[in-house]
Design a binder for this molecule. Structure first.
Ligand code: NAG
Ligand code: NAG
Ligand code: NAG
Ligand code: NAG
Ligand code: NAG
Ligand code: NAG
Ligand code: NAG
Ligand code: NAG
Ligand code: NAG
Length: 741
């Protein structure tokens, strides 16, 4: 009992002796208080007309507020409890037992300054709508005010602040510490986002769009993408968590900024998902249609994120009111636009604007050409066959593209059509795929690559490959003659089969060696370039040196039945022969077949790894030919006929034509099979006549022992090539033994 009286007495003395304490919340608002007994009297000192208020233990949510307001010249004190960002109601209006527990004890308005004393109990007993004020404890505290004369209605605050307040009994023990994170958090957010969206995001896009052939492109793209994702979402979340103002309370700039920010987060998250999907399909699947959708969505989202991202920077720096920073951002926009424009121009037009090609290796290779002109064939580099052997033995990721060798090791994983397409063509000549003559995807229709895709090839070139020696020789020592740009004149054309034209060409510059020396030339092709309409079209036609007329005569001499009419005598031994199937919807074949004698052909070649022989053919080989796909094999079969192959050489040849009318040279093949015995093993199929029968997996297995095959070639339309390829590989043929011509 004695102790109770003593402590009550002590408290009384203590409290009554508490002094008036004041703190400055902001230059326009100072707060004072005096604790007496169990009540506290706050002094509001606001240098304006309108309202000013304080809040305990929070910022907007679950915050107990006391407001001094001057409406129509009359002061009022309100007790409020805020649960959200909306305008809070007064406690008494809230019901549920909430009461207004503050009294305005004095007020004045002098020289535009509002002064008011508001008292309440430290513990009002209103547990729902008031917090207990505990002197001596540091608490989360906020204040806000609105400067406005003749305020009619409680309005959104114009200034807001928060921090830590200690309501002490004397001046020395009390303080207000403005929240240190307030402001600096926004500043960090601004700086982070500026770096992300002005530097990293554009870099991320540039890497994958303009540097596709490098390893860096993908890894850099992914890394930067995730950094941008992480920082953007993290930073936006931090700001969101601060939970400061209601949407309605935001200024326009802030409103746009915040909504664009949220949309950006959605975009970058979607980016990460579509990016991962795209990559998965690129690397592991063989489904072009899904890949295409993923990739396009990813690309569209990428640009859709970058542009609002950049716009949001402007709003951000607008809000901060930092004009220097904003101008710097504008300057960066300009630099970025110029850089992107340059890269895009290079991407699209580097074939026209030479200075934009910065493959120094290619420049050196091209420059070196004139010096080597004298003996172009031998000195210009290794031959296709030598390089092909290297590719196979050293497991190099290289492909041929006309007279160039491309290093696709970095490009494989970024090939927009999927990695499998490149993996399948390692060691092949990819000209036919790039220029839309053949297709490697599940789609039968071939895909003529876009101009930017073709421009990109310049960056992949690592070497020049020699044109095959022994087929064509120069008639003069003219330095400017170039195998890459030969002009030939059409001297004769006739139908060798329905729809297939025999085209005979002669040149004043080039002599034809017949038979050519060596074996390298077998199965190669010529590139034909023509400007048709507005576009330049490139197509590839097989090299076939054997004179069918001569062969037929030899065969007849040996007693074989050979149709007389179709193999006509050539105009001269010094002519080049092409056999071209005329497709009604084929731009180039129609053009070439409809040219009249005397017209010019622009040829390049011979190109490609061909059948890949550097010495007399040996071992067990298989060829699969559909239609004019038979051409690359005819020279080989004639070698069998003529006995210029090794004794252990054996060719299994599957030939398919739609009908007898379309076919040619079948009688020569059959004669060779009869003459040579084991060296040629034919399987002929004529669809319409139902001769021979289509190949099936069973028939194939019976016909040839797959593990014994040392080389296999397929030459036909894309669908045929894919079908044979899958049949052979599913039966265990190693992919690198198979060559698609
Ligand atoms: C204080 O109020 C004056 C006008 O009354 C205003 O110009 C000034 O910006 C205010 N200061 C702060 C820190 O808000
Ligand atoms: C209100 O604040 C101003 C400026 O801080 C000060 O000059 C003035 O004395 C204060 N008035 C009262 C009654 O505390
Ligand atoms: C506020 O005023 C009411 C009556 O006007 C009084 O009963 C109450 O004690 C006062 N509260 C304080 C904290 O002064
Ligand atoms: C202020 O109050 C604190 C306790 O709240 C006390 O420790 C301190 O001595 C007081 N200072 C003065 C100058 O009275
Ligand atoms: C060849 O290289 C590829 C990747 O470039 C690799 O996956 C494969 O295992 C290699 N093969 C051999 C036989 O080394
Ligand atoms: C191809 O490029 C990769 C990476 O740039 C390199 O490691 C490799 O040696 C290159 N291959 C050839 C044959 O140049
Ligand atoms: C090809 O040769 C012709 C002359 O025969 C020449 O006019 C043309 O510029 C050459 N084209 C290229 C790409 O070298
Ligand atoms: C055929 O063989 C003979 C002798 O074996 C040879 O002289 C001739 O050049 C060969 N013809 C062809 C086209 O290979
Ligand atoms: C084909 O391979 C088998 C073993 O798989 C072997 O016994 C046979 O002699 C080979 N045939 C030829 C012609 O090489």
């Amino acid at each position: 009992m004695g102790f109770f009286i003593f402590s009550t007495l002590l408290q009384l003395i203590y409290f009554t002796s508490a002094e008036q304490v004041s703190v400055v919340l902001d230059p326009n608002f100072s707060l004072s208080w005096q604790i007496a007994g169990d009540s506290i009297t706050f002094g509001f000192n606001c240098s304006f007309d309108g309202w000013c208020g304080i809040g305990f233990y929070g910022s907007m949510k679950q915050t107990d507020m006391i407001i001094l307001i001057r409406q129509n010249g009359n002061f009022d004190a309100w007790d409020m409890y805020s649960t959200s960002h909306g305008t809070p109601p007064q406690d008494s209006a809230k019901g549920k037992g909430c009461r207004d527990d503050v009294n305005l004890t004095s007020s004045s308005f002098n020289n535009g300054r509002m002064l008011g004393s508001i008292s309440r109990l430290l513990n009002t007993g209103d547990t729902l709508c008031d917090w207990v004020i505990k002197p001596g404890e540091a608490i989360n505290f906020c204040f806000a005010y609105k400067q406005k004369s003749n305020i009619q209605k409680f309005q959104e605050h114009s200034t807001y602040g928060e921090g830590v307040l200690l309501i002490g009994l004397n001046q020395t023990s009390s303080y207000f510490l403005p929240s240190s994170s307030f402001g600096s958090e926004y500043e960090d957010h601004g700086n982070e986002m500026t770096v992300m969206w002005l530097c990293l995001a554009p870099l991320c896009i540039m890497l994958i769009r303009y540097l596709k052939w490098t390893y860096l492109a993908f890894y850099g793209h992914m890394l930067l993408g995730y950094v941008v994702l992480g920082f953007t979402c993290g930073s936006v979340y931090e700001i969101y968590k601060k939970d400061e103002l209601a949407y309605n309370d935001l200024s326009d700039n802030k409103r746009y900024h915040s909504r664009i920010g949220f949309i950006l987060c959605a975009f970058v998250i979607a980016q990460a998902i579509t990016g991962a999907m795209t990559k998965m399909w690129m690397l592991f699947k063989e489904d072009l249609s899904i890949l295409r959708v993923c990739r396009r969505v990813h690309m569209a989202l990428g640009w859709c994120a970058l542009i609002p991202g950049l716009i949001n920077l402007k709003y951000g720096w607008d809000i901060k009111g930092d004009d220097t920073a904003k101008n710097a951002v504008f300057a960066c926009y300009a630099i970025l636009v110029v850089l992107l424009a340059l890269l895009e121009i290079r991407h699209r037009f580097s074939h026209k604007i030479r200075i934009l090609q910065w493959n120094f290796k290619l420049k050196r290779l091209n420059k070196a050409k004139p010096a080597l002109e004298k003996s172009l064939m031998d000195q210009m580099g290794s031959t296709h066959t030598e390089i092909l052997n290297d590719i196979v033995s050293k497991n190099l990721s290289c492909v041929f593209y006309d007279e160039y060798l491309l290093n696709v090791s970095g490009f494989i994983q970024n090939h927009p059509g999927g990695a499998y397409m490149i993996r399948k063509v390692i060691g092949e000549d990819v000209g036919k795929y790039i220029n839309g003559c053949s297709s490697i995807s599940g789609f039968i229709a071939s895909y003529d690559h876009s101009r930017p895709a073709k421009n990109l090839i310049n960056s992949l070139i690592i070497d020049r490959v020699a044109y095959t020696a022994g087929v064509l020789t120069k008639k003069s020592s003219d330095q400017s003659l170039d195998y890459g740009n030969m002009t030939w004149e059409l001297v004769r054309k006739y139908n060798i089969a329905e729809g297939t034209f025999y085209i005979e060409l002669t040149s004043k510059d080039w002599a034809v060696e017949n038979p050519p020396k060596g074996f390298e030339w077998l199965g190669k092709h010529f590139g034909v370039r023509e400007r048709i309409g507005k576009s330049e079209v490139i197509r590839y036609y097989s090299l076939m040196m054997t004179d069918l007329h001569h062969w037929a005569r030899e065969a007849r001499k040996e007693g074989f039945q050979i149709t007389k009419k179709i193999y006509k005598k050539s105009k001269s031994p010094d002519t080049l022969k092409l056999h071209i199937k005329r497709y009604d919807n084929g731009l180039m074949s129609r053009h070439l077949c409809d040219l009249e004698p005397g017209s010019e052909y622009k040829l390049k070649g011979p190109l490609g790894p061909g059948l890949g022989f550097s010495s007399a053919p040996a071992g067990i080989c298989t060829g699969f030919a559909a239609g004019t796909g038979i051409l690359p094999f005819l020279d080989l079969v004639y070698m069998i006929w003529n006995g210029s192959v090794s004794s252990d050489f054996c060719l299994y040849l599957y030939v398919t034509f739609r009908s007898k009318k379309d076919s040619f040279a079948l009688d020569l093949l059959e004669a060779t099979q009869k003459k040579s015995g084991k060296a040629l093993n034919l399987h002929i199929n004529l669809d319409e006549e139902r001769v021979g029968g289509k190949l099936t997996e069973e028939k194939l297995k019976e016909w040839v022992k797959i593990p014994n095959i040392s080389r296999a070639w397929v030459c036909g339309p894309s669908g045929f090539n894919r079908w044979i390829e899958s049949m052979l590989t599913s039966q265990g043929l190693q992919r690198n033994k198979l060559m698609i011509l």
